[in-house]
Design a protein around this ligand. Structure first.
Ligand SMILES: Cc1cc2nc3c(=O)[nH]c(=O)nc-3n(C[C@H](O)[C@H](O)[C@H](O)COP(=O)(O)OP(=O)(O)OC[C@H]3O[C@@H](n4cnc5c(N)ncnc54)[C@H](O)[C@@H]3O)c2cc1C
Length: 544
């Protein structure tokens, strides 16, 4: 079994190698821009950058759509990024900005047949300025969420939002470039909502600045909308299709001095949802993490029931500055819980075991589930729906799953689940629309950290089809999306794999995006395929 697996990986590697031949002269010119140490085209580097996520669950050379990059270039300045982009145009080679590479949607991995340069942005990771009086911070995009937050905390500030529930390597630039959903969003909003101004290297290599910086001679980077239309928006959620973000200014907030974590159990799902809706609507709850029993895999459900009884759970944090206001807010949450028959759960032991905030630690563990759930083709979808629609989405989703269990195979072994699955997690709530439903069709084994490795090597879509009824899994995945979108689900971090965008966008809007893409990027070098742009309609269909 072991030797068969090695053989199958080697076969894929050979295919990838044939697909991507680095040009000597391009390498030389790139070295002229950033220095020889920051241009890498050796196989170890190339294959390392062919992995998204952690532990190899997205080792794209094993996937029929993706390939390893031809080379990896590491810029340190905007001028270097501009120089590299100009060379990519000259050689007509795709270029893909990459932060931590954790997006899980193929967003920063080259398409097979196209290859390209990975622009590793993580050395552009400095805080450039604070504007305490204006509640703003100005920084480079490769900085990691935790690093920025620690530096802000030293100045008595916070970004409020703490980044996605994923891995520590995730960067701010990617977070806004592909519209990530973030911890503390119920109070502070989505990362993209906190963006003030951007500096962007366009596909031509030209550098532009948005917002107040668009004004000639203006040095104030903290106004989002200034003279004329706000153009930051076209880069937010674009997945890097329209340019490389090289500087960002975002809102900051005073660092909270008060904080409390509460947990409630609800016997009735309607009470649970009403509580989440009401506290979310108040907009002072900093973060909310709900775990309903509905839809949970039996093994997980049994675990929660043994800990807390047959109840749906909500963990939440409230933070603030002024003691009186803070106390009143905690009191309000307790009142809303009482009115909805919520039972306060003592969580001191749990908090102690986790070394501090339950929310932080539980969410990090939650993040682990996502990783394990998504297969090499990334069919893990985290979508965002208003709390009021949440029950409908989960209930309908479960129905689709129940009716089609026999058609599907594969599994995500970490959770012991076998087939198609909904992860009924709720993050945030109320009118901030931040509840999450995750759906997975994991028809090939994950192989993620802690996940049992694939027992039978699978190295092509054909193999997967034979083993796991890939076609039916894809149809079901689409059906689920249809149902989600009908229920006001906002898809995010689209990448190259998410089916919602191309088929769900109104044709006029998609045509408008294509028009912008063609105008800005006539050589189609900026991350072709991401959000369904820069590839033929036929190819775009193949990505969904
Ligand atoms: C366990 C786990 C849990 C997760 N939970 C969440 C979650 O709760 N919410 C969520 O949103 N995501 C989640 N994710 C996905 C991922 O962690 C986040 O989306 C995160 O924002 C990715 O950051 P990154 O730096 O790794 O992005 P990358 O994967 O490096 O890049 C993502 C996209 O941004 C583009 N990009 C990167 N830098 C730039 C730039 N400077 N200019 C232009 N484009 C750029 C890339 O080309 C790519 O299209 C999770 C992932 C894991 C593994």
């Amino acid at each position: 079994m072991k030797s068969e697996r090695i053989k199958s990986i080697n076969k894929s590697e050979t295919e990838v190698r044939m697909d991507t031949v680095a040009s000597e002269s391009l390498l030389n010119e790139l070295q002229g821009v950033v220095g020889a140490a920051f241009v890498r085209a050796d196989d170890v580097t190339r294959f390392t950058y062919a992995i998204e996520d952690f532990g190899g669950s997205f080792f794209y050379p094993l996937n029929d759509r993706y390939t390893a990059p031809d080379m990896v270039v590491i810029p340190h300045t905007t001028e270097e990024v501009s120089g590299i982009v100009k060379l990519a145009n000259k050689y007509k080679i795709p270029i893909i900005a990459r932060g931590g590479g954790h997006d899980m949607t193929g967003a920063c991995t080259p398409l097979k047949g196209k290859g390209g340069i990975i622009l590793d942005m993580t050395s552009m990771n400095k805080v450039l300025d604070y504007q305490q009086g204006m509640n703003a911070v100005h920084f480079q995009p490769g900085i990691r969420w935790g690093d920025l937050e620690h530096q802000l905390n030293e100045k008595g500030l916070t970004l409020g939002i703490l980044g996605p529930h994923g891995l520590h390597g995730a960067t701010l630039g990617a977070g806004v470039a592909h519209n990530c959903f973030s911890i503390n969003a119920p109070k502070y909003g989505w990362p993209v909502q906190n963006v003030l101004t951007l500096q962007v290297v366009l596909p031509s290599g030209e550098v532009i600045e948005t917002g107040s910086l668009a004004n000639k001679d203006c040095k104030t980077w903290y106004f989002r909308c200034c003279n004329g239309p706000d153009m930051a928006g076209i880069f937010l959620g674009s997945g890097g299709a329209f340019g490389v973000i090289t500087e960002i200014a975002m809102k900051t907030y005073p660092k909270p001095t008060e904080s409390s974590t509460l947990a409630y159990a609800f016997k009735n799902i309607d009470d649970y949802l009403e509580f989440v809706h009401q506290v979310g609507w108040q907009q002072f709850v900093t973060e909310l993490w709900g775990m309903a029993l509905i839809g949970l895999h039996p093994k997980l459900r049994a675990m929660f029931i043994s800990m807390f009884g047959q109840k749906d759970l909500v963990f939440l944090t409230i933070d603030g500055h002024e003691k009186g206001v803070f106390k009143a807010q905690v009191k309000a949450v307790k009142r809303i819980a009482r009115e909805n028959r919520g039972e306060l759960i003592p969580i001191e032991g749990l908090m102690h075991a986790m070394g501090g905030s339950v929310i932080d630690k539980v969410e990090f563990a939650g993040g682990g589930y996502y990783g394990a759930m998504a297969g090499p083709n990334d069919n893990c979808t985290c979508s965002v729906t208003p709390v009021l629609n949440w029950k409908k989405v989960v209930t309908q989703g479960m129905k689709v799953i129940d009716q089609n269990m026999d058609a599907l195979g594969g599994g995500f072994h970490m959770m012991g689940a076998d087939k198609f699955y909904i992860f009924p997690l709720l993050l945030g709530g109320g009118n901030s629309c931040q509840s999450v439903v995750s759906t997975t069709v994991d028809y090939c084994c994950g192989g993620a950290n802690g996940t049992k490795a694939c027992e039978t090597p699978i190295d092509s879509d054909k193999d997967r089809e034979a083993k796991f009824n890939l076609k039916r899994a894809k149809e079901l995945y689409s059906d689920m999306w249809e149902m989600y979108v009908e229920n006001t689900v906002a898809p995010y971090r689209i990448g190259k794999e998410n089916p919602s965008l191309i088929r769900r966008l109104k044709p006029e809007y998609y045509a408008f995006l294509k028009l912008i893409k063609q105008a800005l990027d006539p050589n189609n070098i900026m991350n072709p395929g991401v959000i369904g742009l820069g590839v033929t309609d036929q190819e775009a269909k193949g990505l969904v």
